[in-house]
Ligand binder design. Structure first.
Ligand code: C2E
Ligand code: CA
Ligand code: CA
Length: 304
């Protein structure tokens, strides 16, 4: 998106030449307006969490959900976090949004059975302040939630950013018992050495590797190397963006522990996620049709 490209160039700052392209002024104006609206979105109740199911492999048991932000914008309809999270990081609104999200995710997790965990995405901007530790501690307390029910996802680029504040925040969360996952592994300035340097509970292998054609020997080699190394280091792995049975079979063969993707289920609103949890309770499997519509590939998930 041209607007985001400009935005990025601005963010990255000096020394970057940005040539004018049609629509840039309009995009800048749209961003300015959205940033203002975003500041009020939490109080206006326009933010929502959707939940994408996570399945343990090889038996495909529902083990958790990733909480994904949606902005129900009065004029633009449902907006993707890919568009508004960068704006919120820029304006600082991400701190308020993050506080709301932690509270909401913990409240919801406490309503689900204890074998279900909820994973939340955290921006490096949030991790640079000590507030996040206080927010998580308070929410766990308030909802009497076991810390292991919450996982925090942070991209590897943010993790390797040499910031003592981020290292302290992550160590603090881990001391609480909250699990830490490295998101989008393979897309940043990563190296396998980072897996040893950070105290991690999980690596989420980016969908660009999982989704690649099985004929792409390079992508398969990356997934194989990461799962093998993670296993040796006793770190869990999740394969992201699984869209076909073939990709799922490959993850299982390579020893990946958890999977996520449209094949298994799209992000669901909270009621559909709760219906899915209920349909998966022992003895309730006969109810599975109930959630077929809401979760897309669910029926396929049970086909085997
Ligand atoms: P992510 O953390 O990598 O989240 C997964 C994204 O991939 C989600 O998009 C999800 O809908 C999409 N996805 C899941 N399965 C598949 C699949 O099989 N195929 C394809 N093509 N896509 C799949 P979404 O919800 O639009 O989120 C985009 C990104 O926005 C997230 O990427 C994450 O980086 C960010 N984000 C989402 N929620 C939050 C949040 O609460 N806080 C922060 N800071 N960032 C968030
Ligand atoms: Ca994520
Ligand atoms: Ca990801």
């Amino acid at each position: 998106m041209a607007g985001l490209a400009l935005y990025e160039a601005k963010e990255k700052g000096r020394g970057r030449v940005v040539t004018y392209r049609a629509g840039m002024v309009e995009m800048a104006e749209r961003r300015r307006v959205l940033e203002g609206e975003l500041a009020a979105a939490v109080a206006a109740g326009q933010l929502e969490l959707h939940y994408q199911p996570l399945y343990d492999l090889p038996d495909r048991t529902l083990c958790g959900f990733e909480a994904l932000l949606r902005w129900n914008h009065p004029r633009h309809g449902i907006m993707s976090p890919a568009e508004f999270v960068p704006l919120a990081e820029h304006s600082g609104a991400i701190n308020q949004i993050g506080a709301w999200l932690i509270e909401e995710a913990c409240r919801q997790a406490a309503l689900w059975p204890s074998h279900i965990y909820v994973s939340i995405n955290v921006s490096p901007v949030q991790l640079r302040s000590a507030d996040i530790l206080r927010q998580v501690t308070a929410a766990l307390d308030r909802y009497r939630l076991a810390p292991r029910r919450i996982e925090v996802e942070i991209t590897e680029t943010a993790m390797v950013e040499d910031s003592p504040e981020i290292a302290v925040a992550l160590a603090g969360l881990r001391t609480l018992g909250v699990r830490i996952a490295m998101d989008d592994f393979g897309t940043g300035y990563s190296s396998l050495a980072h897996l040893r340097a950070f105290e991690l509970d999980r690596i989420k292998i980016d969908r660009s590797f999982v989704n690649a054609s099985q004929a792409d020997a390079g992508a398969v080699a990356v997934v194989r190397a990461v799962t093998a190394m993670a296993k040796d280091l006793a770190i869990a792995t999740t394969g992201e963006g699984v869209e076909s049975e073939e990709q799922l079979a490959s993850l299982i063969a390579l020893g990946c522990g958890t999977a996520q993707g449209y094949l298994l289920g799209r992000p669901l609103d909270v009621d559909s996620a709760t219906a899915l949890v209920r349909s998966q309770q022992p003895g309730q499997r006969g109810d599975r049709d109930m959630t077929e519509h809401a979760s897309g590939g669910l029926l396929a998930a049970f086909a085997s």
